[in-house]
Structures are given as structure tokens and as C-alpha cells.
Design a protein around this ligand. Structure first.
Ligand code: PEP
Ligand code: MG
Length: 606
């Protein structure tokens, strides 16, 4: 009874993984749903009852606190809530859902809460709606207890797991320590979303867009994830596992072979030197590459240092972190990007109002300019650390010259204050901007004279140029890094920077595709910045391609009027490189199909 158990999704990060799945609820408002095996139903019911008891205890505790602090009258609501929880008929109803639908306790409780709301929302009046909350609130407490329990259980076990979730968010990717995660698989999520960027930089295989994934999984079920083909095999049989292990071994061998190039200089055969830097987000990343194999850190996304905490990191904490990065890079430049939160990069302790269009809302530099205390603390820490290496400051989401001037004003003030306080600050810490909003592309000819360098954030630039949300799976097909408008913007930025004599780089994910990196070099970019795992591949491609050829790739790509045409040019560049490789050495394939920009399918079939 061979059953097709391969689910096809969208490949986000390469790699293969085999192991037990853990369904995560790290996304606020999303309750995990999974099916429960017949024999596990009694355990699930026990989990539910335990959670009800815990929620009831918690209510009792709150009742006592409020009674002591405020008064018995205000505490009475908690006793009402406990009575609601103790109603045996409601508990029976939830248990019935678990048994009959074979779903986890969280899903059943969530369904009950939704029912309370549906049945009462049709009735007019605030007091009635308040009544609905009174009924559902105690059950929300049960949900909290269940989810806390889920986290405790996974923290207590030791094995590695494949994380599965409804949506690919940074919270899901960082749910467990990196060395406990084999892969990440989700029902929805864009290939250029922040969660995807993070998964790639962590080096996890990652597949998204897996339809009805959670309803097909059971906690602990074994799965095989193929981050290259974008598939997940459920409950693989021994023969599949054996085949998978052979592929895993081959992949390891390829990675090893490529690493031979890691230490070489990224210089073309005709003597053009590209600067190749890395994108990192945490101190952990520092252990994933050899600093001597890079030209520095092209992008240090500092928001992830904030996201892993329960409150804003102090100046001292930030100073120590930045200093460690600088010291580890041993004199190579570190480009520290100021806090770029907002949209889906939320801090658990910094509640912002709900926005209808968060990508167009309160994020990035806008928050720093408005909440200058945050910016000042970060700049103080960064400037103090800059005495221990070579620091560059990068501003995200710049849209106007006024913003740049405002930050410069704060920067100068902070610097002066530090010097007055006796700190030794290098006087030449460069300040550059991310070009990731179309307005910055257009005003760049003026703005360039007020900044020291530019770095193009194509992940955002593409979403804003094409009006396609990078985090919305419904439009992920339209998120097209090869759109001619994207290339025109890229070429314009490189030209303006070159004319003004300012260094330029691209730090968006598209630069991690080696053919694209060659095109960017041909356009005139001085540097590309990629996740450490892609460094050897890009380096190899640069060393095998003349600068003249790279300029031709850029010119041909820019002459195309459709994305299809641009992709064709890049595919041809890849094929030439493969051919050269085969002619010049008797090696197996060295350059893999690691293509973050989405033409791998074409190459497989072409
Ligand atoms: C970008 O937008 O391309 C970028 C590098 O920044 P982030 O992905 O962190 O938004
Ligand atoms: Mg960005």
C-alpha cells in the first residue's frame, strides 16, 4: 500500500536533513495544529486537563495578588473565570473535539475560543462582547499553559529536530538553539522574507509553501527535507532513508571540495579585485567562517541581538557584543547596521501599534529618528567599540536626505559627548546608507555626497519597486529579483557611486547567487556581501571569470526587457562556467544548484 508521502513546496535554503519533526508555535496568534495518533489520545487528554489545572492555579494566584493590592471586589473576576474553567460540560466538549477529530489540545481549545466569539459577535452591544471575552479569557489561559508546556518539553529533550510551523518567521527560526535544528519547514512564507534570510544565514535547509503541512504531521514523526528540490517526505521508509543518506554524503563531499577555494583571493584572471564580505546576525555566526577568508562583515544585522532578549540590551551589553565582533574580524571592516525592526521583525518587549501595512509603516530608521534614545544608546555602544577595530555604520530604510542629516546630527552629538567623557573614538568612522527604497535610488545623486558608502538591500528594494510584499506567500511568485526595473535601479546606484568615488556593495540575498554576483561586479559594484556558507561558491566564480566577461554579462542582462531574458543571460553565464570547469579539471560538479534567485528549475530541465 505505497502511499505518496512527498509534499512539494518552495525551496528556500539548500541542504538535506532527516529527523523527527517538532511543530512549533513561535508565531504569535497562530496556534499549532497537528493530528494525534490513536494511541496518543489519552496522553493528549491528560495534557489538556493538566493545562486546565495550571490555568486555574494561575487565576487563583492572580486573584490573591489583586485582592491584596487593590481589593476583593476587583479580584472577583478571577473567581468568575475559575468557575468558568471548572464547568465540566465545556471541558467535556473540548475533550470530545480532541478524541473525535484527533487533534492536539491547543487546536481544540482554540476552536472553542473561536466558537465563543462567533456565537456572541452577532449580538449587538459592548457588554455582550465583553461577556464573550469573559468566557474565552480563562480558556486563553489554558492555551498559554499548553504552549508553555510544549516549549518546556522540547527544551528538556536533547535530540535535534526539524521545526515545522504555520508560517516562516524569525521567531520560528530562532525557536531553539541553532545546533538543535536540522531544518525548518512551513506552510507559508516568502523566499525573501526575514525568516528565510535568517534560515539561510543559519545554514538550515528550509522549505516553505507546503500545503496543509501541519495537518499531515504528528509530533515526533520522521521526515526527510530536501532544501534543494523543495520537498518534504513524511515517514520515509528504509529504502528512502538509505538513498537519502547517500545524497547527504555526496553533498558533504561537494561542500568540502568547494571549501578548497575558501581561502583564495576573490580576484578575476585579468586582475580585478572584488571585495567579498559576509552578512551576519549574531555572535554565533562568527564561528561559521574564517575571518581571514573574507574582506570583513558587509552587514551586521543588529536587530537579531535585540530579538533574542527579553528587554532592550544596555549600552554596556551592546558595546561588549560589538567589540567581540570587531576583535574577531582582526582589523577587517565591520559594517554595523543600526536597528532595523518593524514589519515582521518585532521585539517581544517593544509593543508597537497594529498596522495595516507594516512594510510601509513604522520600521527601520523611522523608529530610530523618532525614538532617538534607542539610536543614541546604539551609536554610543558602536562608537566605543570602534576603538577595537574598523567600524562602519550603516543606516537602514533611508528614504530622504533629511533623515541622513538628522542621523548625522545625532551621530556628531554622541561622538562629541563620548570624547568629552574621555573615550578614545576614531575620528573617521564612516556612515553609509542602505539603498532599499526607490526614493533613495532617485535622490542618490544628491545624497551620495553626504554619505561615505552605499549598500543596496535588494530584499527590500525589490518589494518596494515591484509593490510585492516579501513576506506574503500569496504574491511570492511575483517577487522577481530579475525584473528589468530591479537591474536598472542596481546599475544606476553603481554608476552614481562610482562617479562620486564612493564604495558600493550589494548585501541583499540575490548577491549570493554566483552568476548574479558576477553581473553585479560587471555593473561596477566594488563588493558583494553574502551569507558565509555561499562565500566559497562566489569566490570560485569570480576567480574563474574575467572582469571583461563580467561586464558583458551585466551589459547583456541590462539589455533585456523581461525577467525571462535576464534569467537566460544568467543561466548562460552559469553554463559557461560549468563547461570551463569540466574542460579545465577532472572534478565532479563543484558549483552546485544553490540558487537563491529561482532559476534552478530551469537548469534542471534545460
Ligand atoms: C535587504 O533588504 O536586502 C537587506 C539586506 O536587509 P534585510 O533583509 O535585513 O531587510
Ligand atoms: Mg532591508
Amino acid at each position: 500500500m505505497a502511499q505518496m508521502r512527498i509534499v512539494k513546496g518552495v525551496a528556500v535554503a539548500p541542504g538535506l536533513a532527516l529527523g523527527p519533526v517538532h511543530v512549533v508555535n513561535a508565531t504569535p496568534h497562530v496556534v499549532p495544529t497537528w493530528s494525534v495518533a490513536e494511541e496518543d489520545l489519552p496522553r493528549e487528554i491528560a495534557r489538556l486537563r493538566e493545562a486546565v489545572a495550571l490555568a486555574s492555579e494561575e487565576l487563583h494566584r492572580r486573584q490573591k495578588v489583586v485582592a491584596a493590592e487593590v481589593g476583593e471586589r476587583d479580584a472577583a473576576i478571577f473567581s468568575v473565570h475559575r468557575t468558568i474553567l471548572q464547568d465540566p460540560s465545556t471541558l467535556k466538549e473540548v475533550e470530545k473535539m480532541v478524541r473525535e477529530q484527533r487533534i492536539n489540545a491547543e487546536a481544540a481549545v482554540q476552536s472553542l475560543i473561536e466558537r465563543f466569539h462567533k456565537s456572541l459577535s452577532s449580538i449587538e452591544g459592548d457588554s455582550v462582547r465583553g461577556f464573550a471575552s469573559d468566557f474565552s479569557d480563562p480558556w486563553r489561559g489554558v492555551l498559554d499553559a499548553l504552549m508553555r508546556h510544549e516549549r518546556q518539553v522540547i527544551e528538556q529533550t536533547e535530540g535535534k529536530v526539524v521545526l515545522a510551523a504555520a508560517e516562516l518567521t524569525p521567531q520560528v527560526v530562532t525557536f531553539l538553539e541553532r545546533d538543535r535544528v536540522l531544518a525548518v519547514i512551513t506552510e507559508t512564507g516568502g523566499r525573501f522574507s526575514h525568516g528565510a534570510v535568517l534560515a539561510r544565514s543559519f545554514g538550515f535547509p528550509c522549505v516553505v509553501g507546503l500545503p496543509n503541512l501541519l495537518s499531515r504531521l504528528e509530533q515526533g514523526m520522521r521526515v526527510a527535507v530536501d532544501g534543494e528540490a523543495g520537498t518534504v517526505q513524511l515517514r520515509p521508509e528504509q529504502v528512502d532513508i538509505d538513498r537519502f543518506l547517500v545524497r547527504l554524503e555526496r553533498r558533504r563531499a561537494r561542500v568540502k571540495k568547494l571549501s578548497v577555494h575558501a581561502g583564495l583571493v576573490p580576484e578575476t584572471p585579468d586582475g580585478h579585485r572584488l571585495s567579498l564580505t559576509v552578512n551576519i546576525e549574531s555572535l554565533r555566526d562568527l564561528d561559521t567562517f574564517n575571518p581571514a577568508h573574507t574582506d570583513g562583515v558587509g552587514l551586521l544585522r543588529t536587530e537579531f541581538l535585540y530579538m533574542e532578549r527579553s528587554q532592550f540590551p544596555s549600552e554596556e551589553e551592546q558595546y561588549r557584543l560589538y567589540r567581540r565582533v570587531l576583535e574577531r574580524m582582526e582589523g577587517r571592516p565591520v559594517t554595523l547596521r543600526t536597528l532595523d525592526i518593524g514589519n515582521d521583525k518585532q521585539l517581544p518587549y517593544f509593543k508597537t501599534p497594529k498596522e495595516n501595512n507594516p512594510a510601509l509603516g513604522w520600521r527601520g530608521l523611522r523608529i530610530s529618528v523618532e525614538w532617538q534614545d534607542l539610536l543614541r544608546v546604539q551609536l554610543r555602544a558602536a562608537l566605543r567599540a570602534s576603538a577595537h577595530g574598523v567600524m562602519r555604520i550603516l543606516l537602514p530604510m533611508v528614504t530622504s536626505i533629511e533623515e541622513v542629516r538628522e542621523v548625522h546630527r545625532v551621530f556628531d552629538e554622541v561622538k562629541k559627548q563620548l570624547i568629552d567623557q574621555g573615550y578614545e573614538i576614531p575620528h573617521d568612522v564612516p556612515v553609509g546608507i542602505m539603498v532599499e527604497v526607490p526614493s533613495a535610488v532617485f535622490v542618490l545623486p544628491h545624497m551620495i555626497h553626504e554619505v561615505d558608502f552605499v549598500s543596496v538591500g535588494t530584499n527590500d528594494l525589490v518589494q518596494y519597486l515591484l509593490a510585492v510584499d516579501r513576506d506574503n506567500p500569496w504574491v511570492s511568485k511575483l517577487y522577481d529579483v530579475h525584473h528589468p526595473a530591479v537591474l536598472m535601479a542596481l546599475a544606476q546606484v553603481a554608476r552614481v557611486a562610482q562617479e562620486a568615488g564612493r564604495p558600493s556593495s550589494v548585501c541583499g540575498e540575490m548577491a549570493g547567487d554566483y552568476a548574479t554576483a558576477l553581473m553585479l561586479m560587471g555593473m561596477g559594484y566594488d563588493a558583494v556581501s553574502v551569507v558565509p556558507s555561499l562565500l566559497p561558491e562566489v569566490k570560485y566564480a569570480v576567480r574563474e571569470t574575467t572582469h571583461t566577461e563580467a561586464c558583458q554579462i551585466a551589459a547583456q542582462a541590462l539589455a533585456e526587457t523581461t525577467s525571462e531574458g535576464v534569467r537566460r543571460v544568467l543561466t548562460q553565464a552559469r553554463e559557461r562556467l560549468h563547461l570551463r570547469q569540466l574542460q579545465s579539471r577532472d572534478v565532479d560538479e563543484v558549483l552546485g544548484s544553490n540558487d537563491v534567485n529561482g532559476d534552478s528549475k530551469k537548469r534542471e530541465t534545460g
